[in-house]
Design a protein around this ligand. Structure first.
Ligand code: ZN
Length: 443
């Protein structure tokens, strides 16, 4: 017999391996941070003994989801103001408070978002915001895997007065986390309309120096395209291309307003795209041509975007929205089938983020694993686990979330922190936000 730390028995194991194998009555052997073996229960139980056994025979066990784009700390603004024009929403509701944000509020909001993501099956997320050191602290504490970046935006910002200060801040954060097993600090530039071409190119050079990914919001709305055409005579993707910023290290968030020629260039250059369907719908920006991008061979991942424009960080809801939106907008029920959507939320997410050993349940991969309790009326009967994952599940079936071999959420409990303390702190942040909004209205 071989020895391992843990053995799981799973009712259904959705491996997401090369053959997209689904094993009914499966066994998974885990040791340290890694998956040692996956196969039929009969074989695994005859081959392995573990220090701990967990029975998930009433569950789907699958790879943890990858939320490839969000602004976690914005959970503190969730539900503060909805159903508004973007500029009205920003200028009258978000900016008055955002400009007073403290490191503590960013830490608290990020921690709440980590709790929400663990609760709903996300094990890895990519985040762009400010006070990113506090985001790193929250992620480290809760135990998720994160690609966490101080947004590059034309200075002055709340966290740096000049670009030189900004680059120093970003370099320092990178140095401090370069050896962390779960946290990476790639470079994320905000957008073409909040940076100059020089700042974009400098940020890209820094990403190449770090050997990290370079990410940016791009082609999110018609108004962004109009601004870019007006200022540079080029559409956003053409603009980035002309600056030499497309390539295998580049990840574009949104790509709603992309022409067929731009899709070709994204594909040719090996650039990845993150689709954020709910944010695009809520802000009235339209539907990204995801099926066209996939047909062209682009790696398309899935993200929730910030919780103030969604309003959650739930990747199960996002998967359903992605599938339904693509069919609704294209008029083609065959567009974006369930398996492709699940690939976007697992394999493609990991690939776009540059994480080679994440996104599959396969020997040698990281033990980033979730279990969904499927003994529930809305998930019966069971013909296809993938269909249920994408179309019927809502994320609240997740009963276990494991990252890098550590359990971060287990049947209502978070082993790493006191959830009641966190909720109490969030109530205090809410009071602080409301009193700041009142003050800004008086002025
Ligand atoms: Zn965003």
């Amino acid at each position: 017999m071989l020895h391992c730390d843990r053995i799981f028995r799973a009712g259904y194991c959705v491996t997401q391996n090369k053959d997209r194998e689904i094993i009914e009555d499966a066994g998974i052997a885990l040791s340290g941070h890694d998956i040692m073996d996956v196969g039929p229960w009969k074989i695994i139980s005859a081959k392995w003994t573990g220090k701990e056994f967990r029975d998930f025979s009433h569950c789907i066990v699958m790879p943890g989801l990858v939320n490839a784009h969000c602004h976690a700390a914005m959970s503190v603004f969730r539900g503060l103001a909805d159903d508004l024009e973007l500029m009205d929403w920003l200028a009258n509701h978000i900016w008055p408070v955002e400009k007073k944000l403290s490191p503590h509020v960013v830490y608290t909001g990020s921690k709440l978002s980590c709790a929400e993501m663990a609760r709903s099956g996300t094990t890895t997320f990519s985040d762009m915001y400010l006070y990113q050191r506090q985001v790193c602290e929250a992620v480290d504490e809760v135990g998720l895997r994160g690609l966490l970046s101080e947004g590059v935006i034309q200075s002055p910002t709340l966290t740096y007065d000049s670009m030189d200060e900004g680059w120093t801040l970003i370099r320092k954060l990178h140095q401090d986390y370069v050896a962390h097993p779960r946290i990476q600090t790639p470079i994320m530039a905000h957008a073409v309309y909040t940076t100059t071409p020089e700042v974009l190119q400098e940020s890209y050079r820094l990403a190449m120096e770090f050997g990290s990914k370079w990410m940016i919001h791009a082609a999110e709305s018609e108004s962004e395209t109009a601004l870019c055409l007006d200022k540079y005579g080029k559409r956003p993707i053409e603009h980035l291309d002309s600056l030499g910023l497309l390539g295998p290290q580049t990840v574009l968030f949104h790509c709603v307003t992309v022409s067929d020629r731009e899709i070709e260039r994204i594909a040719e250059s090996g650039t990845s795209v993150v689709h954020c369907p709910e944010s695009n719908m809520k802000l009235g920006n339209g539907c990204a041509p995801v099926q066209k991008l996939l047909n062209a061979g682009v790696c398309v991942a899935l993200g929730t975007d910030g919780p103030a424009s969604n309003n959650d960080l739930n990747m199960f809801r996002e998967m359903a929205s992605a599938a339904l939106m693509q069919k609704g907008f294209t008029g083609d029920p065959k567009a974006l089938p369930a398996q492709d959507v699940l690939d976007m939320a697992t394999l493609n997410g990991a690939k776009a983020m540059g994480l080679e050993k994440v996104g599959r349940l396969e020997p040698g991969f990281k033990a980033d694993i979730i279990a969904l309790d499927v003994e529930a009326p809305h998930l019966m009967p069971m013909y296809s686990p993938v269909s249920h994952i994408v179309y019927a599940a809502n994320g609240m079936e997740v009963c276990l979330c494991m990252v890098d071999g550590n359990i971060v959420y287990d049947h209502g409990a978070y082993p790493a922190f006191d959830k009641h303390e966190l909720y109490a702190e969030i109530c205090r942040v809410r009071q602080w936000i409301l009193s700041n909004l009142k003050k800004s209205m008086k002025n």
